[in-house]
Design a protein around this ligand. Structure first.
Ligand code: SF4
Ligand code: SF4
Ligand code: FES
Length: 354
């Protein structure tokens, strides 16, 4: 038998709500999500909370614990003082659906707006080659579990809904940085796109996003700051400016293949060390045209559908009462897989030949 601890949990929906007090049993080794589950089993059977893995890997159980954005399943009760009240509230940046569940579709919309990896023309799938140093550089960003704690923390949108339209947020800055560092990505305007379309300029490098990332991704130091530096290099360095004037580079958008070909395989430039840059590489107009044709940047993308709620704007209590087996798809209910060709964001230029 554990000890009783004081919990305050925000209960309510989009029309309003309040903190409610609970005395809950806590046992050795438990995490905050265990306590939420105990509450559901005892005092609050209708308490809404998202979770899936309970292992810090699905990114579902994001919540604010004593005001700090955290994963409920990764926050041990032993990190609090014996008599400390634990206050659990929903993510503040996103609209509440009910209790601890928020509508995070803003993030899915920003994900859709981020141009996907553009495969190199003239290289068959399976013949891609990358230096290990390039793999390791972007591997850090691939650890993202899409918990959106960084998005929730960022002050640019936390209390400023009006900025959401123009700001993609730290999670999508590291996606842009990852693609910018990718030696086989045929699109060369990642940093300019981040600046012009994703609102990179709004970020003033407070590093709050890095502080809350449960995967310990150095979002600011390794993603945002290098991107900002390269934007500045491209836009304000007088020598680069002059070079662009002379060689007509630097226009947005640009798309060309940058990889050097050795035999049948393509090798990255990682051996050169430092930050990968596309500027100054050889330019094959035929390959560019092929890559451009293969990328459908202007595809029609269906909007995500709203969550299934009843007449009172509340989610049904259990899946049993749903008119379908599970929660709505974040891709939207009108999306079926495989996607029709016109909805694909790229088609490999070689795919029809195999
Ligand atoms: S470093 Fe930039 S993206 Fe991260 S929280 Fe601060 S303003 Fe937002
Ligand atoms: S970057 Fe970190 S905090 Fe942001 S969504 Fe990914 S895992 Fe979560
Ligand atoms: S339940 Fe999956 S990260 Fe917490």
């Amino acid at each position: 038998m554990g000890t009783k601890r004081h919990f305050r949990v925000w209960r309510g929906d989009d029309s309003g709500g309040d903190l409610q007090d609970y005395q809950v049993e806590v046992n050795e080794g438990e995490v905050v999500l265990d306590i939420i589950h105990r509450l559901q089993a005892t005092d609050a059977p209708d308490l809404a909370c998202r979770w899936n893995c309970k292992a810090g890997k699905c990114g579902s159980c994001s919540m604010e614990i004593n005001g700090m954005p955290k994963l409920g399943c990764m926050t041990r009760m032993s990190t609090f003082e014996e008599n400390e009240t634990v206050t659990v509230t929903p993510l503040r940046t996103f609209p509440v659906i009910r209790d601890l569940v928020t509508d995070v579709s803003f993030n899915y919309e920003k994900a859709r707006e981020t141009p996907a990896f553009a495969p190199p023309a003239g290289v068959a799938p399976g013949d891609y080659r990358m230096q290990q140093v390039d793999v390791e550089r972007s591997q850090e960003f691939r650890k993202c579990i899409e918990c959106f704690l960084c998005q929730n923390t960022c002050h640019v949108i936390r209390d400023h809904d009006e900025n959401k339209h123009a700001f993609a947020g730290p999670r999508y800055f590291i996606r842009a940085a990852e693609l910018d560092m990718h030696p086989l990505d045929a699109r060369t305007d990642r940093r300019e796109y981040a600046q012009a379309e994703q609102g990179l300029g709004f970020c003033n490098i407070t590093k709050c996003c890095t502080e809350v990332c449960p995967e310990h991704i150095k979002i600011t130091d390794n993603g945002i700051i290098p991107m900002k530096e390269r934007v500045v290099d491209r836009r304000y360095d007088p020598l680069v400016w002059l070079g662009n004037k002379i060689f007509r580079r630097g226009q947005v958008p640009q798309t060309f293949v940058t990889s050097a070909k050795h035999g049948d395989a393509v090798h990255s430039h990682g051996a050169q060390g430092g930050v990968h840059s596309h500027a100054g590489d050889s330019h094959d107009p035929a390959a560019e045209a092929q890559a451009q044709a293969g990328v459908n940047w202007h595809r029609e993308v269906p909007k995500p559908t709203a969550p299934a709620v009843d007449d009172n704007g509340k989610l049904p209590l259990t899946e049993l009462t749903f008119d379908r087996a599970a929660a709505p798809s974040p891709f939207g209910d009108d999306v079926t897989f495989p996607l029709p060709p016109e909805h694909l964001n790229f088609a490999h230029p070689e795919q029809d030949k195999h």
